[in-house]
Design a protein around this ligand. Structure first.
Ligand code: AMP
Length: 511
């Protein structure tokens, strides 16, 4: 059992000194380097005292060895890391600086300090490498522990200013023990796909999992992720055992004909998180990887990456219209609430509330109003209102229906946009769909628009395709839920975290 993340990382590093820890497009770094460089940084931080005790350090970069090793060095010396992705919008970065007040930014890529109101120190890649090179032995004695923040992640909402979520050592330790335990049964020393940006908490599913088990991270830089041709070319040669990512990213990889068991025989585990995993995606994955272990995991940033999971079987993908998000991780209880009361009838809908050792202990950073709104004590235990609608089935499995704010009234009927989407995806002519409400001036929803990525087909026109889709869904979707307009697209816009940007699509449809 892991009780001190820093000590466990060091123990794994000592055990795997010669193993490659990080491989970025063929540029490799061993566990020996992770150990030495993180020690050097921790010693330097202690010595220089630029950052006050327990103060956070902002990291600016992509998927580099220096970034993840920097995280380890920071927590060794008692500092939380704030990951900020290269190219983030200036207002977002300014808001992060104003909220978290970091006294040090470690920037691996060019940090636009002259365009920001920031008076703290900045270290660039070259300077960091010099610090790394000052070999110093280091015995952690004030590493991040207990309620201290391990990292601070800023939410990626498309509207409003981002909220900072300090995730404690207790939170992340509980997550790490769950990840390394029987619910997933992922062996040690595996090769992980490092695609999810470090500024998205799902990245902990690969980098922490790897570093706590002598695993190797095959990191894919952002510009390669965005270049399908290059991504698809390198993917089969990476020898990946574990995929971590959003279903949208999984869908993207399915576009590559080489994404299959013959070309990638080592790929055995799929860990999905961040948005709805659909039966259609799972079915296609099983066609490509018949022996795969596919997990659906669910959770918000406010509750340390993920808090429910289950393995999705072929039968589930074949027979269910929507997949469960699984069962609570140890240390967490999810419950369903409606009108201020807990719902105890199986199947009844309400808001998903998360309580337990995964929930950020102090809520949002320097934001008492939002903290009071979303965090509370449930029977003395730290709890978070997710804003997700869901239910608990008779067998205890948890299910998400969608965001509460994606629930609309259409001609008096309550309609869940995700429910419409999953119904649309039951048509054999549809690969993926997103349902978007069209509002009138009084902000009443008047009808639904379906944005559709169609399956390859021989219809002479989009009109004929739409007719065929409507006919195929006749008994599968209630009349009032049937979109009146179908728009055919090749892809959906995605957020920085790789999720379908539904809110953006709604805003654009109603411009
Ligand atoms: P974030 O804080 O950016 O990780 O977003 C958390 C939100 O993503 C949750 O509150 C859900 O609305 C959604 N989400 C996460 N995992 C899943 C999942 N497995 N299925 C459906 N929605 C999910």
């Amino acid at each position: 059992m892991i009780t001190d993340i820093v000590k466990s990382i060091d123990a794994q590093a000592q055990k795997h000194l010669k193993t490659v820890f990080f491989d970025e497009m063929g540029e490799t770094h061993t566990y020996q380097e992770l150990l030495d460089c993180s020690n050097s940084l921790a010693a330097w931080l202690d010595d220089k005292k630029i950052v006050p005790a327990k103060g956070p350090i902002m990291f600016y970069g992509d998927h580099q060895f220096e970034i993840v090793t920097g995280f380890v060095g920071a927590v060794k010396a008692g500092h939380a890391y704030i990951p900020v992705e290269t190219g983030s919008a200036l207002p977002r970065m300014q808001s992060i600086i104003n909220t978290a007040h970091p006294r040090l930014v470690i920037a691996i890529d060019d940090f636009p300090v002259d365009k920001l109101d920031y008076d703290g120190a900045v270290i660039n890649k070259f300077e960091l490498q010099q610090i790394f090179a000052q070999k110093s032995s280091y015995t952690p004695d004030h590493e991040v522990l207990g309620d201290d923040p391990f990292y601070i992640l800023f939410t990626s909402g498309t509207t409003g200013s981002p909220k900072g979520v300090p995730i404690s050592h207790t939170n992340i330790c509980s997550f790490a023990n769950w990840m390394r335990g029987d619910d997933f049964n992922i062996p040690a020393e595996q090769v992980y796909l490092g695609q999810t940006p470090f500024s998205f908490d799902v990245s902990h599913m690969y980098w922490l999992n790897a570093v706590l088990s002598g695993g190797t991270i095959k990191a894919i830089p952002l510009k390669v992720v965005q270049n399908f041709g290059q991504l698809f070319k390198i993917l089969p040669n990476l020898g990946i055992n574990v995929f971590v990512g959003t279903p949208s990213f999984g869908e993207m990889l399915l576009l590559s004909p080489d994404f299959n068991e013959t070309k990638m025989p080592d790929l055995k585990y799929f860990l999905f998180c961040g948005e709805e995993l659909t039966p259609s995606t799972v079915k296609r994955l099983f066609q490509r990887f018949p022996k795969a272990h596919i997990f659906n995991t669910y959770g918000p940033t406010e509750a340390a990456v993920a808090i429910t999971s289950c393995e999705i079987t072929k039968d589930m993908a074949k027979n269910l219209k929507r997949l469960p998000i699984g069962y609570d991780k140890p240390g967490v209880t999810t419950s369903i609430w409606k009108d201020g009361k807990e719902v105890t009838t199986p199947g009844e809908h309400g808001e998903i509330i998360i309580a337990g050792d995964s929930v950020a202990p102090h809520g949002y950073l320097n934001n008492p109003a939002k903290t009071a709104k979303n965090f509370f004590k449930l029977n003395g235990v730290q709890a978070y209102r997710t804003g997700d609608a869901g239910f608990i089935a008779k067998d205890g499995s948890r299910h998400i229906i969608g965001r509460m704010d994606f629930q609309i009234k259409l001609h008096g009927f309550r309609v869940e946009l995700d429910e419409v989407r999953s119904s649309l995806e039951m048509s054999q002519y549809i690969k993926q769909a997103v349902a978007v409400p069209k509002y009138n001036r009084n902000h009443q929803a008047t009808h639904l628009i379906a944005y559709v990525i169609a399956q390859p087909n021989d219809f002479a026109s989009e009109r004929e395709l739409t007719q065929a889709i409507r006919a195929s869904l006749k008994d599968k979707i209630m009349d009032y839920m049937m979109p009146t307009q179908f728009v055919y697209v090749d892809s959906f816009p995605t957020s920085a975290n790789g999720k379908i940007a539904v809110k953006q699509m709604i805003a654009e449809a109603n411009k």
